[in-house]
Design a protein around this ligand. Structure first.
Ligand SMILES: Nc1ncnc2c1ncn2[C@@H]1O[C@H](COP(=O)(O)OP(=O)(O)O)[C@@H](O)[C@H]1O
Ligand SMILES: [Mg+2]
Length: 317
C-alpha cells in the first residue's frame, strides 16, 4: 500500500499534521533529513512525498538539510514519484530573490529590493532604496535577522554590528543580503494567506507590533499551563473571516506554476492601499489557537489533500 512520506527537519513543527494524519488513519512515515545517505542505485519507495524542508534549518544546526532534501527530491522526481512541493518549491523556499522574480512573472507586486553580496555594497544598495529600509537575508525564515533601518546612521550601526558578530547565523546562509523598501502599514499587521492543494484556504492577520519573528508555530511553543501569547488581549494571530483580495487568483496561479501544493504568501498593504508580497513559505505552520477560535484546521486540510493524492501515486507505480 502506498504511504505518505514527509520530508522535514523539525520534529516540533510536525506535531499538528501528525495528529491530523493519525485521526484519519492515513499511512505515513517521516523522513527527518539532516544527515544520512541516498542510494541512487535503488528506487525510492512508492507513495506521496510531502516536502516541508525549511529555509531556517541552519538555525537549528541542520546546516545541509535543504541540500540533502534537494538531492532526495531529484531522485524522487526522476522515478516519477508524486512530490508535493518539489524541486522548484525548494528553490523558492531558500531564496527570496527567486520568490520575487517568480511572483513578478504573475503580476504580484513585491517591495523594491536590491540584492547584495559583500557587506561593503550595503551602503550603495541603501542609496538606491532610501530609508526607512528593511535589511534581511535572502535565505532566512522565522524573521531571524530582519532589521528595520530608519536612517543612514542606523545603517552604519547595523553594518558595524554585523562586522562584530561572530555568530554565523547572523550572516545570510548563502551570502546574499537584501536591502528592501520598508512598507509601512497604517496598522501594525501583515496578512498571511494559506493555500492547500493550490487553493486559498484562509488568511491570518499577524500583529507585528512586538517584532518581526512571526512564526505561527513558535509563538505557541510555550509550556502548558502558562498564558499563551497568541490569545493575549492583542490576539497576535487572527484568522480573518471571509477574506477576499484581488491578488488571490494570481497567487494561486503562481503556486500552481511553481509546484507549491501547500504554502503561504505574506503581504503588507500600505496606507495608499497598495499590496506588496514579500515572503513565500513552502513549509508553512499554522497557529492552533487562531484556528481553534475560527473553527478551522489547516493541518486537517493538508492531511486530506495528501490522502487524496495516494491513488495518483498508486497509478504511477
Ligand atoms: N519590506 C518590508 N516592509 C515591512 N515589513 C517587512 C518587510 N520585510 C519584512 N518585514 C517584516 O519582517 C517579517 C519577517 O520578514 P520575512 O521577509 O517574512 O522573513 P522570513 O522569511 O524570515 O519570515 C515580516 O513578516 C514583516 O513583518
Ligand atoms: Mg515571513
Amino acid at each position: 500500500m502506498s504511504t505518505i512520506h514527509i520530508i522535514h527537519e523539525n520534529n516540533a513543527w510536525l506535531a499538528p499534521l501528525r495528529a491530523s494524519l493519525a485521526a484519519i488513519r492515513a499511512p505515513h512515515e517521516e523522513w527527518f533529513l539532516d544527515r544520512g545517505l541516498i542510494d541512487l542505485t535503488q528506487a525510492p519507495p512508492e507513495g506521496v512525498f510531502y516536502n516541508r524542508m525549511s529555509a531556517s534549518s541552519h538555525t537549528r544546526g541542520h546546516h545541509y538539510a535543504p541540500e540533502y532534501a534537494g538531492a532526495v527530491i531529484e531522485w524522487l522526481e526522476r522515478h516519477g514519484r508524486v512530490v508535493v512541493n518539489g524541486r522548484r518549491a525548494l528553490q523558492l523556499e531558500v531564496s527570496k530573490v527567486a520568490q520575487y522574480e517568480a511572483l513578478a512573472a504573475f503580476g504580484i507586486p513585491t517591495p523594491p529590493t536590491v540584492a547584495v553580496v559583500g557587506e561593503e555594497h550595503l551602503r550603495a544598495a541603501a542609496e538606491r532604496i532610501g530609508t526607512p529600509l528593511i535589511l534581511k537575508h535572502n535565505r532566512a525564515g522565522k524573521g531571524l535577522g530582519v532589521q528595520l533601518v530608519r536612517s543612514t546612521a542606523a545603517l552604519d550601526e547595523a553594518i558595524a554590528r554585523i562586522a562584530a558578530d561572530d555568530d554565523p547565523v547572523a550572516l545570510p546562509r548563502d551570502g546574499i543580503w537584501l536591502v528592501q523598501r520598508y512598507i509601512a502599514a497604517p496598522e501594525p499587521f501583515i496578512t498571511r494567506a494559506e493555500f492547500i492543494g493550490g487553493r486559498f484556504l484562509y488568511a491570518v492577520r499577524v500583529d507585528t507590533s512586538e517584532g518581526f519573528e512571526l512564526c505561527p508555530a513558535d509563538a505557541c511553543a510555550i509550556p502548558e499551563g502558562t498564558a499563551c501569547p497568541a490569545v493575549a488581549p492583542g490576539e497576535k494571530f487572527r484568522i480573518i473571516e471571509g477574506f477576499a483580495h484581488p491578488l488571490i487568483p494570481r497567487m494561486e496561479a503562481f503556486l500552481a506554476a511553481n509546484g507549491i501544493g501547500v504554502g503561504a504568501i505574506e503581504f503588507i498593504t500600505d496606507a495608499d492601499g497598495n499590496t506588496f508580497a514579500y515572503d513565500v513559505n513552502t513549509n508553512t505552520n499554522y497557529n492552533p489557537e487562531a484556528e481553534r477560535r475560527a473553527g478551522l484546521s489547516a493541518p486537517d486540510a493538508v492531511a486530506r489533500h495528501l490522502v487524496g493524492l495516494l491513488p495518483r501515486a498508486a497509478q504511477a507505480a
